[in-house]
Design a protein around this ligand. Structure first.
Ligand SMILES: *Cc1c(COP(=O)(O)O)cnc(C)c1O
Length: 463
């Protein structure tokens, strides 16, 4: 057996980041999962990347998604988790389909929008929740606190519903979520509670941060479930293998386009290539937040602050949190503020990755054109991905096998779709009846003292 994979911090070589000492130890997957972030505010990355043979990849053809998930996540987890338990976690995580919709020739849309909250975030959140349920300290409860401005909160809340030994509190800004989103967050129920905060998203995040660093709340055993957790990256490597195996002709490469915000989804593809998937090019289109495509072109990185508000609102990011992991993989270091300490090998990056910024105007045009020409309905995030792929192919010439990701269901954006296409997208089963669901949030002011009282009075610490 090879050496066990351990995880270290992307900040391990940086002195004096926000006054904290660099964290130089390595931790197990279980520890990285429960801690979320390293103590020096760096991101955990694996110290080696397992390989999957080409023969094993193509054996996934016509197999259920769970087989792909077992092969890919098992390569990281085999030393830490029993194969039978991992299989059960996976089967429980993915009771839905992953359609590969042909657009033309061998150009496909992979629809990652059939989970319970109709966003690709279900893939990562559901598996992470079950892994946490497995790795948690059984002698005490685990309390998850999440601050959210929308889709992440409902995906995470749904993912943890019914997981034994874990309770979840979701904080969202009262005036900054849509009615539909509010309904989604308030009606999860069971072990998941929503708190409607009279303030902004930043207030919610501050409340959570203060609670995490409050020594008098240590007994509540908090954890976060946010997007920088490596436990959310791992499940996002799987669908690239799955798609390739279903669509490939033996030996060929694939171009994959991933509409990108915090770069967690695209990072899954970068790891997949390093594990042996023949990815010819990883296309990472963004909306008008163009800091990454400018960096690839000009070689100097500058975060965008504040970020721009675009139609594809889940990708409104001016400094992607997972950029630190991309830099690490290419020999560089960038910290949480966007300061570059060591430059990555940009020529190697350019060889593997292409990025382009797609304006809101182009996004709308793409939604309309793709429907008119091919009868395929895209929502704004998926349209950024598809248009990015088109731009890449226009610039570099055709490539036979291409897949672009659709990361949310069009029914989540009814106003845009009706305005552009004049039709109402069909609502997936997971979203049916949502307006009739019952449930209520607890309203709280953006005041730490009151929030703390709520936590002490309501959260459980024992089993
Ligand atoms: C979060 C999200 C994205 C961006 O994914 P990253 O991993 O942050 O790059 C794209 N589309 C939708 C619908 C999302 O919710």
């Amino acid at each position: 057996m090879e050496n066990k994979i351990l995880y270290y911090s992307t900040n391990r070589n940086l002195d004096n980041i926000n006054g904290s000492l660099p964290f130089r130890r390595k931790v197990t997957f279980g520890e990285a999962l429960l801690q979320g972030q390293a103590p020096d505010e760096g991101l955990y990355v694996p110290d080696s990347i397992p390989r999957i043979s080409y023969e094993d990849i193509i054996l996934l053809k016509d197999k259920p998604y769970a087989e792909a998930a077992l092969l890919v996540t098992g390569a990281f987890l085999n030393d830490e988790i029993d194969a039978g338990i991992l299989r059960k976690i996976i089967e429980d995580s993915y009771p839905f389909t992953i359609p590969l919709q042909k657009v033309f020739d061998r150009k496909y849309i992979m629809r990652l929008d059939r989970g319970p909250t109709a966003s690709f975030k279900d893939f990562a959140a559901r598996m992470m929740a079950r892994l946490m349920g497995h790795f948690r300290d059984r002698s005490r409860r685990l309390n998850v606190l999440v601050a959210t401005s929308g889709d992440t909160g409902s995906a995470v809340g749904e993912a943890f519903r019914g997981i034994e030994g874990i309770d979840v509190n979701i904080l969202y800004p009262h005036d900054e979520v849509s009615e539909r989103q509010k309904k989604q967050l308030d009606t999860i129920g069971d072990n998941v509670r929503s708190l409607s905060i009279n303030g902004k998203f930043d207030d919610c995040q501050d409340l959570v941060k203060q609670a995490f660093s409050d020594p008098s709340l240590g007994h509540l055993n908090f954890t976060s479930a946010n997007s920088i957790n490596f436990g959310r990256i791992l499940p996002q490597m799987v669908y690239y293998f799955y798609a390739y195996a279903q669509l490939c002709q033996k030996g060929e490469g694939i171009v994959i386009s991933v509409p990108s915000g915090n770069f967690g989804n695209a990072l899954g593809c970068e790891y997949a290539r390093r594990m042996g998937l023949p990815v010819e090019k990883l296309v990472m289109p963004t909306n008008e937040n163009d800091e990454f495509s400018r960096f690839l072109k000009e070689g100097e990185y500058e975060r965008l602050s504040p970020s721009l508000a675009c139609l594809s609102n889940a990708m409104n990011v001016g400094h992607p949190s997972n950029l630190a992991r991309f830099f690490e993989l290419y020999g560089g270091t960038v910290d949480r503020t966007g300061k570059v300490h060591v430059h990555p090998d940009i020529e190697a990056m350019r060889k593997n990755i292409y990025s382009v910024s797609i304006s809101d105007e182009e996004t709308k045009k793409c939604i309309k054109k793709t429907y008119d020409r091919y009868g395929v309905i895209l929502e704004p995030h998926g349209a950024v991905g598809w248009r990015g792929l088109e731009v890449y192919l226009e610039q570099y010439g055709d490539f036979p096998l291409c897949v672009s990701l659709e990361t949310a269901h069009p029914a989540k954006f009814p106003d845009e779709i009706v305005e552009l296409l004049g039709i109402m997208p069909e609502v997936p089963d997971s979203m049916k009846g949502i307006d009739e669901r019952k449930g209520k949030s607890l309203e709280l002011p953006a005041d730490y003292k009151i929030f703390k009282e709520y936590l002490i009075d309501n959260l459980k610490s024992g089993v």
